[in-house]
Design a protein around this ligand. Structure first.
Ligand SMILES: Nc1ncnc2c1ncn2[C@@H]1O[C@H](COP(=O)(O)OP(=O)(O)OP(=O)(O)O)[C@@H](O)[C@H]1O
Length: 709
């Protein structure tokens, strides 16, 4: 007879001790949540019909309603529209589901403004110095000319209610304190909601971001149920519905912030990708699901090459600052993203291009991406807004610093209208930016700088410090010229003028935003003669006082044109619909305009802006002659003229994760030339600049530092 082992009683005793535990069904780890595209989320939300939970009195005390967990246990976040419904019925709309059964942190409220203007003493509603206060001076837009062309153009909306964006979006619009749509929003949103491709040109600071974000979010929320079978995606982990491309990291961050506001509590997830930051953090965000992807081209191409992002499900494509995105250097990257990967072709996606400037040549390139599009021009295209007082002073290069000090001292203590102001100073090179920042600090001014040689953390810190008013002077290269919306910038100083007038328009557009007044001062020196005519026209168009000496410069024989001379005979800076020239019958004319008959308005553009002797032929000739036979007065090679002013920004197509580097050589050639040509500070700076690139192509690190990835 087998004796029980001596261990047996012990086992039995242990079993007894743990009996209650063993009888409890094992708690299985919740399944990892799957990401479902927005159009499928209805399948998960429908059975519930409504949110069964009572209103929450206060956040953040998340109730743990078991049913709610189960309902959405397969979703990484609330489905689009769910947030709105749950709020309507009082549910926990600002909580998102993450994996398993845990409550995610509440969806951060993007309306909580972190940057306080503590140091400025500016009342929020002080329009006189550029305070936003949420109120926009719409009178400033009343007489604005509008040009719309294309077939069957949907009519503009008078107000947001007319557009019917849905309750969630309307609430967010209210939270943004937008009372009325701006002109570009009135026209663009109905066009995009109607599913038409759009090329839109509207003045700086006129609300283009909302003009593309709102319809994208609205359309995603309205999307009809998908086909039964999802396509096979291989190893890709993210399948955004919408892609918004931006030329700079800071602009991408800003668009991301704005899109999050518009999409708050709609369940739409917005993710941003840009270079200069660890890629794994961005990958983690992607894995949590993405509906709208905001990206700079370099980082996006890198992640696409690594199969981390698929564009297969893109339904909405936006190029913000589209002329820049399709400009020299960027075009190959954009073509790769839009045409050579897995993005659906035009017709199966909605494409929208936005900028304040749209040269005709760029329009031609852009039309490859569009199908039967509508062209929209708000304001005198490519011109600055009349809200910006433009002052141009003749200041020899060696005098610039002294003059800058005079201006800063004058506005220093009392600011403008007895208020301190934010001042943005543009220079041409990164070295100049560093050097001027240091010099300002030495002279007792609180200044920071932003340019492509600073690390991304430094750049973001500088911008934040500037926005908050802690550092009220920021010296910048053209990396800050486009798109950045800092409401309290009251003064833009072009310490170095750019070589292209459209860059000037974008730079001064950092002030005078959203209907508020602003001041732009430019230091004009002998080296800027080639810009004189365009600058004069730009100022005249905006009803500015033009000094006599600028007329004299403008009348001087030209250096042979260049990319700053974009007169095309059909409207300044190529901002008219170039298809009109191709169509003798004017079939693209639409029949309405805002306070203007479309045709007559269009004609009046000609009266105001067509340069004498400047016709389409000469324009295309000019365009082709960029970089040809030009010698600046410093003897720089003709490439220097070809080069854009934002030298720190070119060569941006690669990034630290080993992304694509197409076009860098070409860009670097331009960059070197530009650095050499465009050092306006002093011998000291000139030497620094030349040393910077050593007369050879940029290093990989230089490209990484560029900031255009
Ligand atoms: N309907 C509106 N009512 C009030 N403010 C608005 C409205 N639309 C936009 N704004 C505000 O106007 C400012 C400028 O908007 P935004 O940055 O979109 O301009 P933009 O046209 O893209 O400028 P840029 O050409 O410089 O990129 C922002 O602060 C934005 O919040």
């Amino acid at each position: 007879m087998a004796m029980p082992s001596s261990d047996a009683p012990m086992e039995s005793a242990m079993a007894d001790n743990h009996a209650p535990l063993l009888r409890t069904p094992p708690v299985s780890r919740p399944a990892r949540p799957l990401y479902h595209p927005p159009q499928r989320r209805d399948e998960y939300s429908k059975p519930h019909g409504r949110n069964p939970y009572p209103p929450l009195q206060s956040f953040p005390t998340p109730p743990p309603p078991v049913e709610y967990h189960r309902s959405f246990s397969r979703l990484p976040y609330n489905p689009p529209g769910y947030g709105a419904r749950s709020r309507d019925s009082g549910g926990p709309a600002n909580y998102r589901r993450r994996s398993g059964s845990c409550w995610d942190t509440p969806e951060p409220n993007p309306f909580q403004i972190s940057d306080q203007f503590a140091g400025l003493g500016l009342p929020d509603n002080d329009a006189s110095v550029g305070g936003d206060g949420g109120a926009i001076n719409f009178e400033a837009y009343e007489d604005i000319p509008v040009q719309v062309s294309g077939e069957d153009v949907p009519p503009p909306a008078a107000n947001f209610a007319e557009i019917d964006l849905g309750s969630a979006l309307n609430l967010n619009i209210k939270r943004c304190k937008y009372v009325k749509p701006t002109p570009v929003q009135r026209y663009a949103i109905p066009i995009l909601i109607a599913g038409r491709d759009l090329m839109a040109c509207a003045q700086t600071g006129s609300g283009k971001t909302a003009a593309f974000c709102l319809p994208i979010i609205c359309n995603i929320m309205r999307q009809s149920p998908p086909p039964q079978q999802r396509p096979k995606h291989g190893a890709c982990s993210a399948f955004p519905k919408a892609l918004i491309l931006s030329p700079t990291r800071e602009l991408a961050i800003q668009i991301h912030e704005e899109a999050k506001k518009f999409g708050y509590q709609t369940g739409i997830r917005v993710v941003v990708l840009y270079g200069g930051t660890p890629v794994h953090l961005q990958l983690r965000e992607l894995q949590r699901g993405v509906d709208i992807l905001v990206a700079t081209p370099g980082r996006l191409v890198d992640l696409m090459d690594r199969s981390k992002v698929s564009l297969n499900e893109i339904k909405y494509l936006t190029l913000d600052e589209a002329d820049r995105m399709l400009d020299m250097g960027f075009e190959p990257q954009i073509r790769k993203i839009v045409q050579q990967m897995d993005m659906p072709p035009p017709g199966r996606r909605l494409t929208m291009l936005f900028s304040a400037t749209f040269p005709e040549e760029i329009q031609r390139l852009a039309s490859d991406f569009l199908l039967n599009y509508i062209f929209l021009a708000i304001g005198r295209v490519g011109s600055s807004t009349d809200l910006i007082s433009q002052v141009v002073e003749f200041v020899p290069d060696m005098e610039k610093r002294r003059r800058l000090l005079d201006i800063l001292h004058a506005q220093g203590e009392n600011g403008v209208h007895d208020k301190k102001v934010l001042t943005l100073v543009f220079v041409e090179t990164k070295r100049s930016a560093d050097s001027l920042e240091n010099w300002l600090r030495t002279n007792g001014f609180c200044a920071t700088s932003i340019h492509g040689d600073r690390t991304q953390i430094e750049r973001e810190r500088a911008l934040k410090s500037f926005k908050s008013g802690a550092t009220p002077i920021m010296v910048a290269t053209d990396v800050a010229a486009r798109g950045l919306d800092v409401p309290h910038v009251a003064h833009v100083i072009n310490f170095d003028l750019p070589r292209a007038i459209d860059d000037y328009v974008h730079r001064i557009g950092r002030t005078g935003r959203a209907g508020k007044p602003g001041l732009a001062t430019a230091f004009f020196s002998d080296g800027n003669q080639s810009l004189a005519k365009q600058l004069l026209e730009c100022m005249q168009e905006a009803n500015q006082v033009v000094p006599d000496w600028l007329h004299n410069f403008a009348d001087m024989p030209s250096y042979g044109g260049g990319r700053n001379n974009r007169c095309n005979g059909q409207g300044r800076f190529g901002g008219h619909d170039y298809r009109k020239d191709l169509s003798a019958g004017n079939k693209y004319n639409s029949s309405y305009g805002d306070r203007c008959d479309n045709n007559s308005e269009y004609q009046s553009y000609g009266a105001n802006a067509y340069g004498e002797g400047c016709n389409r032929t000469s324009d295309s000739h000019e365009f082709q002659s960029y970089g040809s036979n030009y010698k600046g007065n410093d003897g720089a090679a003709d490439d220097s003229h070809f080069q854009r002013s934002d030298t720190d920004a070119y060569g941006s197509v690669s990034n630290e994760t080993g992304g694509d580097s197409t076009a860098t050589v070409e860009n670097n050639q331009r960059r070197n030339a530009s650095d050499e040509y465009h050092d306006l500070q002093s011998w000291e700076n000139s030497n620094e600049t030349i040393n910077e690139t050593g007369g050879t192509f940029l290093s990989y690190e230089g490209i990484v530092a560029s900031g255009w990835d």
